[in-house]
Design a protein. Structure first.
Length: 310
């Protein structure tokens, strides 16, 4: 075994010892669930669901983490384990961090007046992984959120703590390979959407209880809260509801300037996508568009919208 391998094994053993250690114990939200925060959230998200107003109001389920956030002053009940873990990774050269994804599970709705408490644990530390950003470790924490002592939901948050990849000089005679588009995060809540894209179908969720269409895909209906749904296929027609033209900053695999639009489909839901077929400076609100599928590379195809110039 080489010295490097022995050091990696030693670090891996130390990292595994953090799994199961508490990151926070007996944490308590700084505020009860309250109507002003719910209102601010709904205004920011553009969510007009009547379930979030009135005498029987509940909080939007996706606010689960909002009630546990400590703000600038932090929380009591936080343990030193998480900071010790990050310090260990810093010492191993993994000095950069990026949030990668989060998952939430809901057990019961939160209502104004509920007192929120929580416990967090370091659930897992992955083996060493190599990504385009660099080499490092995925760290997952799980937070169990309670309301009045009852489990209200679970929030999993994952980061990548990594050593940035070295940026080497490319010789003039060797053009840099074309960068790949970022891959979409596919999980159990949106798997069906991406299955549809592979079949050249833009699928919209439909609540089987109240028949409300929804997009993007969600685990439950934002009109009646039913978890049951099926899908309808978009016919492909739409209009530009709003748009932006991206000039800066430039990202690998993208060629600015280009237009990104919020498209209102004929079915009434809205979806974000690139506009093709017309110059970026000719995109306008109300422009008719038609769905098509763009093969970005050998493993990624995306729904985009071709402008139909009048």
């Amino acid at each position: 075994m080489t010295h490097a391998s022995a050091e990696e094994d030693r670090l891996r053993t130390l990292l595994k010892e953090f799994e199961g250690r508490p990151a926070a114990t007996g944490g308590r939200a700084k505020d009860e669930v309250n109507e002003p925060m719910i209102r601010h959230w709904c205004e920011a998200m553009g969510d007009t669901n009547p379930a979030y107003t009135g005498p029987d109001a509940i909080a939007p389920p996706t606010m689960l983490q909002a009630w546990t956030m400590g703000g600038l002053s932090g929380h009591t009940g936080r343990s030193s384990a998480y900071d010790e873990l990050l310090a260990l990774l810093d010492g191993a050269g993994c000095t950069s961090v990026v949030a990668t994804d989060c998952e939430q599970e809901y057990a019961r709705p939160l209502r104004p007046g509920d007192t929120v408490t929580f416990d967090a644990v370091i659930e897992s530390v992955s083996p060493r992984k190599t990504t385009k950003l660099g080499t490092g470790y995925f760290v997952t924490t799980r937070m169990d959120v309670h309301a009045e002592g009852e489990l209200a939901g679970t929030h999993r948050f994952r980061i990548l703590k990594y050593a940035p990849a070295a940026v080497g000089k490319v010789r003039a005679a060797e053009p840099a390979p074309k960068a790949r588009r970022p891959r979409p995060v596919i999980n159990r809540d949106n798997q069906g959407f991406w299955d549809g894209v592979r079949a050249h179908k833009l699928l919209i969720q439909r609540c089987t209880a109240c028949r409300t269409l929804r997009f993007p895909w969600l685990p439950g209906c934002n009109a009646c809260a039913s978890p049951d749904w099926d899908t309808v296929e978009a016919n492909g027609a739409g209009t530009v509801f709003s748009y932006v033209v991206m000039h800066h900053p430039p990202f690998p695999a993208f060629d600015p300037p280009y237009a990104v639009a919020l498209v209102e489909l004929a079915e009434g839901v809205r979806v974000i996508g690139n506009i093709t077929g017309v110059p970026y400076d000719k995109v306008r609100i109300g422009l008719p568009v038609r769905l098509e599928f763009l093969r970005v590379d050998d493993s990624l195809e995306l729904p985009v919208f071709r402008g139909e110039a009048g």
